[in-house]
Design a protein around this ligand. Structure first.
Ligand code: ADP
Ligand code: MG
Length: 242
C-alpha cells in the first residue's frame, strides 16, 4: 500500500551563522549570530510541488542546504519519510540511507561542480557512491541522463572550465536526477543565463512531476509565481544565543 504520510515535514527550523571575529564563547563574551533561518516550517507531500519563494538573502539557500543535510541545523526538526534527519550531522549524512533521495540542483552550477572532475565523473559520482554502479551500467546511466538533459555525449570528457554556463547547468541537473531522488530541490535554477536551460528546467519539472517526484523549486518573488510557502523575515543579529 502506498504511504500517505508526507515526504517532508520541516518544523521550527533555525540556522544561526556565527559572524564577526568572535566565533566562540571567550572570557565571558558571547559570539554574535546572524539568524539566517528563523522558525521555518512546511510540509511537502509525495509527488507535490512546493515553491520556496522569498527575496534575495532571506535564507532560501540555507533552508535548501539544511534539508539536503549539507549544513548542520541549529534548531528544529526535519522529518524525511518519517525519519528525523535534522539531528544527523551533515558530515555523517553522506552515509545515511536517505542521502540518494534528497538531491539539489544548486543555484550556481559553476561553483557547485568540482573543477577536477570531468562532466562524466561529476554525473557518475552520486551513482558510484550511492548506488555502487560501475562499468557499463554506470556509463549507460550517465549517458542516459546526459541525453535527458540535452548534454551532448562528446562533452562528457570535458572539465567545468571547458563548458558554457548552460552546459554546466545541464551537468548539475543530470547529476541531481541520476539517482532518481524522491525529493528534488532546484535552487533558483532559471537564474542560469541560458534560455534553453530555462526551457529544459520547465520541461524536466513536468516530466518529473509525472513521475510523482516531489519538487521544491526555489525562486525570488515574481508576478507569475503563485506558490509561496516561506515568508521572508527581517534579518537580525542576536547576542547571545544559547
Ligand atoms: P537566499 O538564498 O534567500 O538569497 P541565503 O540562504 O543564501 O539567502 O542567505 C541568508 C543569509 O545568511 C544572508 O544574509 C547571507 O549573507 C547569510 N549567510 C549565508 N551563508 C552564510 C555563512 N556561511 N556564514 C554567514 N552568513 C551566511
Ligand atoms: Mg540563494
Amino acid at each position: 500500500m502506498r504511504s500517505t504520510r508526507p515526504l517532508l515535514v520541516v518544523d521550527g527550523l533555525r540556522k544561526l551563522y556565527p559572524i564577526g571575529k568572535q566565533r566562540i564563547w571567550r572570557r565571558g563574551v558571547a559570539p554574535s549570530f546572524l539568524h539566517a533561518v528563523d522558525d521555518v516550517g512546511f510540509t511537502i507531500g509525495r509527488g507535490e510541488t512546493v515553491g520556496l519563494v522569498g527575496e534575495s538573502g532571506c535564507g532560501k539557500s540555507t533552508i535548501v542546504r539544511l534539508i539536503a543535510r549539507l549544513l548542520d541545523v541549529t534548531d528544529g526538526s526535519i522529518l524525511f519519510d518519517g525519519a528525523e534527519i535534522g539531528k544527523v550531522s551533515a558530515r555523517r549524512f553522506g552515509l545515511a540511507p536517505q542521502r540518494a533521495n534528497i538531491q539539489v540542483v544548486f543555484q550556481d552550477a559553476a561553483d557547485s561542480l568540482n573543477p577536477r572532475f570531468t562532466a562524466f565523473r561529476a554525473i557518475a559520482d552520486p551513482l558510484l557512491r550511492l548506488q555502487r554502479l560501475s562499468g557499463p551500467a554506470l556509463r549507460s546511466r550517465v549517458e542516459e541522463v546526459a541525453r535527458l538533459t540535452g548534454l551532448p555525449l562528446e562533452l562528457l570528457s570535458r572539465f567545468p572550465h571547458q563548458l558554457s554556463g548552460g552546459q554546466k547547468a545541464r551537468v548539475g541537473i543530470a547529476r541531481a536526477i541520476a539517482v532518481e531522488p524522491q525529493l528534488l530541490i532546484l535552487d533558483e535554477p532559471t537564474s542560469a543565463l541560458d534560455v534553453s536551460v530555462q526551457v529544459l528546467i520547465l520541461r524536466l519539472l513536468q516530466d518529473l512531476k509525472a513521475a510523482t517526484r516531489s519538487l521544491v523549486p526555489v525562486c525570488q518573488p515574481r508576478p507569475q509565481c503563485r506558490a509561496a510557502s516561506v515568508r521572508p523575515h527581517p534579518r537580525h543579529v542576536s547576542r547571545p544565543y544559547r
